[in-house]
Each structure stands twice: as C-alpha cells, then as structure tokens.
Design a protein. Structure first.
Length: 338
C-alpha cells in the first residue's frame, strides 16, 4: 500500500523529501521524538485555542470552530447564509483584488467541500462554497439594505493576518528535542559502563542489558560468559549538572512560547523572588502579546455590530493560565525551580 510509505512514489522520493529518516521512519528513537513533538504541539494548540472567551454570538455560531479557523486558516468570515437562512462564521479566504487599505473586496467562504447537489427541495448535502461581498466602512453606507445583509465581516487572528501555527511548531520542535535529550541522559545515567559482545556472546549480552533495564537484582552468568571480559568502562559524556541545565533551558523555552501566546508563564509563580520592576516588565510584555491577537478580534466585534446588530464581546480567558501551569507540571516543566 502507498499509505505505509514503502510503495509507489513514496519509495522513490521518501528520502529526498523527508531526509534519511524518511516520513515513515522505522527508527525507534526518531519515532519517540516525533511522538513527543505531537504531544507538545497538541498541548500548545489546545492552550492557543482556549485563550479567548466569546459572548453574544447566536447559537448558530460555534466559537470553538471560530478559533480553529483563525489558528489553522488565518481567517474567518461572519455573514448571513442564504442557503441555511442563518448567521454563520466559517472559514474563508480573500478573493479578487484588495482596496486602498489592503483589505479584500470579496471573500470565498468554504466548508469541507463544495458539493452543490440537492435532494429535492431539501437542504444542500454539503456546505456550498460561495463568494460574498466584503465589509468596507467607506462604502457600506452606500449599499442598499438588501446588499448590506449579504456583506461578510472578516475576523483576523492578528493585524498581520498570519496564523500562529509557525510559532507553535517552532517551540514544539525545540521542546521535543530537549525532552528527548533529557530522556536519553536519564537512561544513560543508570549505567556508566557498557557490555562488549563477541559474535558468540551477543545474545547473552543483549539479555544482560534487558535485565539491567528491567531492574533485576541478580543476573545469572554462565561459565562461558564468566570467562569473557564483557564489562568495559566507557565515558558516556554525562555531566552531573547537565540535566539541571537542560531542564532550565526547557522551562525557558516553554515560558517564551507561553509569552508569545499572551499566557502568563510559570516563572510568575515565583514573583516573590523578583523585584517589582522585573514583575512589571514581564506582565507588560504578556499583556502586549495578548492585545496583538485581541485587538483584531475586537475590531471584528465592532464591525459585526454595525452590520448585523449582534452585541459580540471577546476577552482574554484568564483561566487558561491555570491550564498552562497544569500542563507544564504534568510535563515536569518548572519543577526544577521548586
């Protein structure tokens, strides 16, 4: 099957596209680091998706989906859908040209597909993509009442209108690398010697290592093995303070990631150790990053009120900081400072 990465074009291009490890690596170590990366990426995405509280939307709007669209697609549009006769907020992309302030003049809203076949006079089988006029303050008042109802209001994740997935992937990769390094160092610290095997003793040496990993108190040595010099000293390069240094670096990277998402980071649990100016500086940076994402959402709320009359509000979810702290503690991040 082509899906397993060993057939068809995958077999030819796998190494060239994804490096020697390949997209479907058989390496246990590479798979372990990829698993750590996926866990960290999922956790950080969950925090990013739960940063904001929306209130005032009608029941036809799913606020979870709004944040999903902003994180993964970089744009969502609020509009009245003629097919469903409902107010919706769905994924969208700019269509055609832009005006003098670089705003799209139209949007294409889309769902999981653009299948347009209908069953009799019933609803469309799937959400139908369509083009809608974009809200523009300088021309909105000149529109007819009918056209005003068909205008779409864009919701952007920030003023640059760029998804934050690049930040999440960057720090998930960094944290996965250092997490895997800590795992390897922890395992290497269990022994400072290695077992040297000959072709005749290879299986026995592998069983020795397995029993050591299992924590067996005593290992029975057969006569042939007792006559061999299988235990050798080897410097594995493990420094006594390497683990602490790596743990501190991991905490620093986690805090940087949280700060870029506007989430108060774990260092602030130790505010009594900081002077007032240091605490204030960190809080100011965190607040600034919050408003990077909050301002664009609030601008959309004002425009939705003007066009559709809904009183929509959005604020930063301060409860997310407790969630971020819990995730960090489950991963052991920040524990070295206690």
């Amino acid at each position: 099957m082509a899906g397993n990465g060993t057939g068809g074009a995958n077999q030819i291009y796998n190494e060239f596209l994804f490096g020697k490890e390949g997209q479907f690596s058989r390496s246990t170590a590479a798979q372990r680091e990829q698993m750590i990366y996926r866990v960290l990426k999922r956790n950080i995405m969950e925090l990013a998706l739960n940063r904001f509280k929306w209130e005032g939307f009608p029941e036809t709007v799913n606020t979870r989906f709004v944040e999903m669209a902003l994180l993964f697609n970089g744009c969502a549009v609020a509009y009245n859908d003629k097919d469903y006769d409902k107010f919706l907020v769905v994924k969208a992309t700019g269509t055609g040209s832009v005006n003098m302030v670089d705003d799209p003049v139209a949007f294409t809203v889309f769902g999981p597909g653009s299948y347009t076949q209908t069953k009799g006079v019933g609803d469309p089988v799937m959400f139908r993509s369509k083009n809608i006029r974009a809200y523009m303050p300088m021309t909105f008042e000149r529109l007819s009442e009918k056209d005003k109802k068909q205008v779409g209001v864009p919701i952007w994740p920030n003023y640059l209108r760029i998804s934050e997935m690049d930040t999440i992937e960057l720090y998930a990769t960094r944290l996965a690398t250092i997490e895997r390094t800590l795992e390897i160092n922890s395992k290497n610290a269990r022994r400072n010697k290695v077992l040297v095997a000959t072709p005749n003793t290879q299986l026995s040496v592998m069983n020795f290592n397995r029993k050591i990993d299992e924590g067996v108190d005593g290992i029975v040595v057969t006569a042939p093995m007792g006559e061999e010099e299988v235990i050798k000293a080897l410097d594995l390069g493990i420094e006594a303070d390497a683990y602490d240094k790596l743990s501190l670096l991991r905490t620093r990277w986690w805090n940087e990631c949280m700060g870029l998402l506007g989430i108060d980071n774990a260092n602030q649990d130790k505010k009594e150790r900081l002077v007032a100016s240091e605490v204030g500086a960190n809080d100011s940076q965190t607040d600034s990053m919050r408003y990077v994402s909050l301002n664009s959402r609030r601008q959309a709320c004002d425009q939705i009120k003007e066009v559709f009359g809904y009183e929509i509000t959005v604020d930063f979810n301060v409860e997310i900081e407790a969630q971020a702290k819990a995730m960090a503690e489950q991963s052991g991040i920040g524990q070295e400072e206690k």
